[in-house]
Design a protein around this ligand. Structure first.
Ligand SMILES: Cc1ncc(COP(=O)(O)O)c(C=O)c1O
Length: 388
């Protein structure tokens, strides 16, 4: 029997929050409680028909390996999107990589840019946040560094304020993740905020990785991209999952500094994660069209209005929540932990995510993913009234 070893990163893993939600829902189902599921951010509005049809039409007779660079037509469509949406010009061949959604691209980044033997191997992320920044850091041999966001800063990254990022910690950071529109809080940076963050990173030689997967499900003003204010030392991560209702298609892209793009492309040749070609064809059409994305955004806005009215009436405080309109970030009642509150609502079939699913800085809050249909949201509000 060979002596098996395992990656020590495995031992430091808490249960992936999604797995806990699945278990909770299975229990409710067993007890026959109707479920109003605001847990996972996976919308149920249908994928637009023209994208489904494009996918089917593109299934080839002979199947061959997709390339790391993706099809030139797709890269050109992505460049066109960045131009129309943000007024940003990119070289489709040197500054863009199609990816299989953004999750894998986020996860693999530290493996490509961190030297695990270096004293400066920190991958910093802003908690509360999406769990994969930490996972990618752990499995990439990096040092995960959680920087806590605060409600009093509007959940914005404010390294200019005293005590937010001590110098000794800043010196260990090689990659900084930001994510605006922000999951889970819905906070939004302005273009000036992004410029200040990019300058802070540039002064310290930090790679700035901006996860912009919610930029087309914005609240008020269209959400900006970091590429509007910086290119050198910067990578932006985009996704069709929420924008175009294509979570299962796994389509996204990375764009930015051509030197970083070249290095990332070289590393990705070994990962085996190039998006498949039928998906690339659907993605090409999705990036070329903004009408369907705007229609979806309006659907999320309608659900959001419904809940904002209810929360106002019920005295439940909605915090931040300006953008990433798929989500609402609420304060839990005094005297309860985030988990107590989530478990209390679960007794009434309402499944939400305790803020602590996104890191310790989420204690005292909870996240609703506005996934059920409009009718489903009405039914959930009735159930919530009973829970009050
Ligand atoms: C902040 C954030 N980034 C990235 C992703 C990954 O999205 P995808 O891999 O579907 O593009 C998610 C998914 O929920 C997310 O919330």
């Amino acid at each position: 029997m060979p002596e098996l070893t395992s990656n020590p990163a495995l031992r430091s893993l808490a249960a992936y929050p999604m797995e806990r939600l699945h278990a909770l829902k299975a229990d409710l189902r067993k007890r026959g409680v109707p479920i109003h599921d605001f847990g996972t951010g996976d919308p149920i509005e249908p994928t637009p028909a023209f994208l489904r049809e494009a996918f089917l039409r593109a299934v080839p007779e002979v199947s061959q390996y997709p390339t790391v660079s993706g099809k030139p037509e797709l890269r050109r469509a992505i460049a066109g999107y960045l131009d129309r949406r943000f007024g940003v010009t990119v070289d489709a061949d040197r500054e863009v990589i199609p990816t299989s959604g953004s999750k894998e691209a986020i996860y693999h980044l530290p493996q490509s840019f961190i030297d695990p033997r270096s004293a400066r191997r920190g991958v910093a992320f802003l908690e509360p946040c999406y769990a994969v920044y930490r996972l990618g850091a752990l499995f990439g041999g990096a040092e995960p560094i959680a920087l806590k966001l605060r409600a009093e800063d509007g959940f914005l990254f404010r390294p200019d304020l005293p005590g937010r990022v001590p110098d000794d910690i800043a010196a260990r950071i090689a990659i900084l993740w930001i994510n605006y529109p922000h999951n889970p809080t819905g906070a939004q940076m302005t273009k000036d905020d992004l410029a200040r963050t990019a300058a802070w990173c540039a002064e310290r030689g930090i790679l700035l990785a901006s996860d912009e997967c919610y930029c087309d499900v914005y609240g008020g003003e269209p959400a900006p991209s970091v590429l509007q204010v910086a290119r050198q030392g910067v990578l932006a991560f985009h996704s069709l999952s929420k924008r175009s209702g294509m979570t299962g298609y796994r389509q996204g892209f990375v764009a930015g500094d051509p030197e970083l793009v070249a290095q990332y492309k070289a590393a990705r040749a070994g990962f085996g994660v190039a998006p498949h070609e039928p998906g690339q064809e659907a993605a090409r059409l999705a990036w070329s069209d903004s009408t369907h994305a705007e229609e979806r955004r309006q659907v999320f806005l309608a659900k959001r209005r419904l809940f904002m009215e209810f929360f106002l009436e019920a005295g439940i405080e909605v915090v931040a929540s300006r953008s990433a309109i798929l989500y609402l970030w609420i304060r839990v009642p005094q005297g309860m932990t985030s988990m107590d509150y989530a478990m209390k609502l679960a007794q009434f079939g309402i499944v939400i995510s305790p803020g602590t699913d996104f890191g310790d800085a989420g204690e005292g809050f909870a996240r609703l993913a506005l996934v059920p249909t409009l009718e489903g949201c009405h039914a959930a509000i009735d159930a919530w009234r009973r829970a009050l």
